[in-house]
Design a protein around this ligand. Structure first.
Ligand code: HEC
Ligand code: HEC
Length: 356
């Protein structure tokens, strides 16, 4: 009966622009299903194999994979139109890109038209790596500036900076300002590095000096100063939302240790990536691992902490997905809670020495 139906369907559909299995349906299956439902797996998932017509027609343990003319009775169609929250959706959530609405419609049309396989008998499944990995939508710096390389020396770095500034200046037809005078330089460099203006003594010392390298020396001196630590601590305290006025002593001490740790990092010029990695992967006692203060800050609000972390470090706004799929971004609500579950398997223990 099935074969007859297919034959009839072939006859009918050859007159209109029917969906072509090999060209339109098979590529979807190859990309999104073969990984688990073909000879690539010793034991195909759900005992369902769809890389050969004979297996295909057998279907799986719960019925026919395709019932020509009846999408609502075909496991193929039923399994791909489920919501991503459904445990039975195919491909399973998180295991490869979901089937798009257009692809669903195509499969439906193909089944309605009688599920015509054309001349297809079998395929040789290939492993496709990209099907399981979602393409990142983040713009990489290396894509934007393919020729940007890290200079090996300080001199090289300065030359490169000068070059880039000069180039942008020419492109935008901006005329160059004359060299800044000592007094202006002094004031600006103090504000940018130390976060304050110089004192009278400091000003006199600099302005009266005849040293040719006095500007470089001042920059170095300021970078080594406590004022620099304090100024940049303010910046990071803002970014990490450090709150020193917490309700309990326990929390206060905890955050203080965290704050001191940030200052130490600035003081010793710890590379940013190391600093962040230590902080985000910190566990244990706040005395030994003060970076845990970052999580302690949002104690009992782990999801907010997670959403905040993605905003600061990935530059993406995940928090809207807490209540519904993100309306303008790629994040679904499901992914929000997946990440939340992954990141916040953290526990907080009581007063010291057992803080975690
Ligand atoms: C990452 C692996 C994976 C991918 C990719 C995948 N599946 Fe599945 N599939 C499974 C697993 C695991 C089961 C078994 C679930 C169970 O038995 O509870 C299953 C079961 C099924 C079933 C039910 C079989 C039955 O008889 O109950 C259908 C239909 C199905 N998959 C269709 C598809 C389709 C169509 C695609 C491509 C769009 C696909 N699957 C992609 C893992 C996968
Ligand atoms: C605390 C939960 C929550 C958060 C967080 C949240 N929303 Fe919503 N949002 C809702 C609810 C509930 C509705 C539905 C309101 C209604 O139906 O009247 C909604 C509706 C919307 C709608 C209207 C949808 C429509 O079809 O009319 C948009 C747009 C929207 N939210 C955008 C956002 C954005 C952008 C963010 C992040 C900045 C965000 N939401 C964060 C709960 C939230």
């Amino acid at each position: 009966m099935k074969k007859l139906l297919i034959l009839v369907a072939v006859f009918i559909c050859s007159h209109v622009s029917a969906v072509d299995f090999t060209k339109e349906i098979l590529p979807i299956l190859e990309k999104k299903c073969f990984e688990c439902h073909s000879s690539l797996k010793k034991k195909p998932k759900g005992k369902l194999r769809i890389d050969e017509l004979t297996h295909f027609l057998k279907g799986g343990k719960n019925g026919s994979f395709v019932v020509p003319g009846k999408p609502e009775k075909s496991l193929l169609y039923k399994s791909i139109i489920l919501s991503e929250r459904d445990d039975d959706v195919m491909p399973p959530t998180g295991k490869g890109e979901p089937i798009s609405k257009a692809q669903q419609a195509l499969v439906k049309k193909w089944i309605l038209e009688g599920a015509n396989f054309g001349k297809w008998k079998k395929s040789t499944p290939r492993k496709i790596v990209s099907s399981t990995k979602k393409k990142s939508s983040f713009i990489k710096l290396s894509d934007q500036f393919p020729k940007l390389t890290v200079p090996k020396s300080e001199k090289g770095a300065i030359a490169k900076l000068e070059f880039l500034i000069e180039k942008a200046r020419r492109q935008q037809k901006i005329t160059k300002n004359g060299a800044i005078n000592d007094a202006n330089f002094l004031r600006r460099i103090y504000i940018s590095i130390a976060g304050r203006i110089p004192t009278l003594e400091e000003s006199k010392e600099f302005l009266q000096s005849r040293d040719k390298n006095k500007r470089d020396k001042l920059v170095d001196k300021l970078l080594d100063s406590e004022a620099f630590v304090s100024n940049f601590y303010n910046y990071w305290a803002d970014v990490f939302r450090i709150k020193l006025h917490l309700s309990t002593y326990e929390e206060k001490d905890h955050i203080k240790l965290f704050a001191e740790w940030i200052k130490d990092n600035i003081r010793e010029n710890k590379p940013y990536d190391v600093f962040v990695r230590e902080m985000l992967s910190s566990t244990g006692n706040a005395f030994k691992s003060p970076g845990v203060g970052y999580f302690f800050r949002d104690k009992q609000m782990p999801l907010d902490n997670m959403a905040y972390t993605t905003q600061v470090f990935l530059g993406t706004q995940l928090d809207c997905a807490m209540c519904h799929d993100h309306p303008f971004d790629q994040w679904s609500q499901y992914e929000f809670y997946q990440l939340g579950a992954f990141v916040h398997d953290a526990r907080y223990y009581g007063y010291f020495p057992g803080w975690v």
